[in-house]
Design a protein around this ligand. Structure first.
Ligand SMILES: O=C(O)C(=O)C[C@]1(C(=O)O)C=C[C@@H](O)C=C1
Length: 424
């Protein structure tokens, strides 16, 4: 991509597309640690060409697979190559049916608008990774964000990140914040370590149910299991229901329901969605047990490429920054937004002591830096707005590490607790 000729070239320079050389598309596993013992962090100002060269690696791998065949120049090249890497070899093998002679005469086809669409690969469904099993709230959020998509359950948040990086999925939808439980810190840390971009957000009202095997009564219960966030969101209601029983954390809400069902546990209930009850054959002992009827979880949508920021609708921008000379930078950074009347919707600090990170600069030079804290800020402006660009230019002067995690449309969906029942 020639960023200089792009209308948002100055904006795009804020996005980072680089990654260290150990990390390649097409590899079976992505390691988080660099060879030097530094955590890899995708820092401000790195070149987009790095990302593209990795795509070239992916392409060349497929080319080498079909070395003995002449490439059909009329094919949609990259898209078919990707399909082959993802295990859908039909498009590539079709090429082999075309006689070699006729291939030589076919001229390249002009690009059309649909070729420019980054994902899904033409004609196929968008594949969206989420953490959990079917019936999880994250699955409902993935469906809300991308209604006609194919959802891919992943056992850990990190796997959802990797699924997108390895082209197994086109997007990931992951929770970052709940109105009662607060931030889901793990995903903030993973946003820093991985190179994906936030391309959207979706708010899901979370309506919890207490689920048990058919004919089980509340009095039989000695244990309630669920995702730690779900347990926290229902803490007081469980006590009010007289359930002063053991509360145990598991990986996700629907997984808890599945566990009760498959192990035929008559002394254990799960906190999960009504949809999980239906999927795993459980009865709903109590409905709407979240302590706050306005319980909402905010999810972010992640992709390999950023969206081009616009000004014709409300946008939000997420950044992460740090300074290697202490934490006084926070006040200065906040003033850059306050001065321009830019509203902040989130500030999160994550301790980062004893974890040197490698910051990659414009020349792809990696330098180890020590930061005490990483600060995450979301603000209500688009990177296409001059005031946001100026604010970030100032922030860059105050900080030794700055990365734009994404500039994306805000979820403006109006909702009220009685009409929206996430996960149903
Ligand atoms: O366990 C699930 O169903 C999830 O989707 C995870 C999760 C979370 O991580 O916060 C999502 C929404 C709810 O707040 C509870 C749990």
């Amino acid at each position: 991509m020639h960023t200089l000729s792009h209308p948002y070239s100055n904006v795009l320079n804020f996005f980072n597309h680089s990654r260290p050389s150990f990390c390649r598309v097409g590899a079976t596993r992505i390691s988080i640690k660099c060879g030097h013992g530094f955590e890899s962090v995708y820092g401000f100002g790195s070149a987009r060409s790095d990302w593209q060269s990795d795509c070239a690696i992916l392409t060349s791998k497929v080319d080498s697979l079909k070395d003995s065949h002449v490439v059909n120049e009329n094919s949609n090249g990259g898209a078919d190559h990707v399909a082959a890497v993802n295990g859908h070899t039909s498009a590539v093998s079709n090429l082999n049916l075309v006689p070699i002679e006729s291939k030589k005469q076919i001229q390249p086809k002009p690009l059309t608008i649909s070729d420019l669409s980054p994902a899904p690969i033409h004609g196929s469904q968008l594949r969206v990774a989420y953490q959990g099993v079917p019936g999880a709230y994250s699955e409902a959020a993935a469906g809300k964000a991308y209604p006609d998509s194919q959802v891919i359950p992943c056992d850990q948040f990190e796997v959802a990140f990797q699924a997108v990086e390895l082209w197994i999925a086109d997007r990931a939808v992951l929770p970052v914040e709940n109105s009662l439980g607060g931030s889901i810190h793990r995903n903030y840390d993973l946003l820093l370590r991985h190179r994906l971009h936030i391309v959207g957000e979706v708010q899901l009202p979370v309506h919890h149910c207490l689920l048990a095997l058919p004919d089980v009564r509340k009095e039989y219960l000695t244990r309630v299991i669920s995702h730690p966030q779900a347990l926290a969101q229902c803490e007081h209601t469980l006590t009010k229901l007289g359930l002063n029983v053991a509360r145990e954390a598991v990986d996700d809400t629907a997984g808890a329901a599945e566990f009760v069902a498959t192990n035929n546990l008559r002394d254990t209930a799960a906190i999960a969605s009504a949809r999980a009850a239906e999927l795993y054959g459980l009865q709903i002992l109590a409905d709407g047990i979240q302590d706050d009827p306005n319980n909402v979880t905010r999810f972010v949508m992640l992709a390999r490429e950023p969206v081009i920021p616009r000004t014709d609708r409300p946008f939000k921008t997420s950044i992460v920054f740090a300074h290697d000379k202490g934490t006084s930078v926070l006040f200065k950074v906040l003033s850059a937004f306050a001065f321009r009347n830019i509203s902040l919707t989130k500030i999160e600090s994550r301790p980062h002591r004893n974890r040197p990170i490698r910051v990659v600069d414009d020349e792809s030079e990696g330098t180890a830096k020590h930061f005490e804290y990483m600060f995450y800020v979301d603000f209500e402006a688009s990177m296409a707005q001059v005031k946001a660009q100026n604010a970030l230019a100032e922030v860059q002067e105050f900080t030794s590490f700055l990365r734009v995690l994404g500039s994306y449309p805000m979820d403006m969906t109006p909702w009220n607790p009685s009409s929206c029942r996430g996960g149903d």
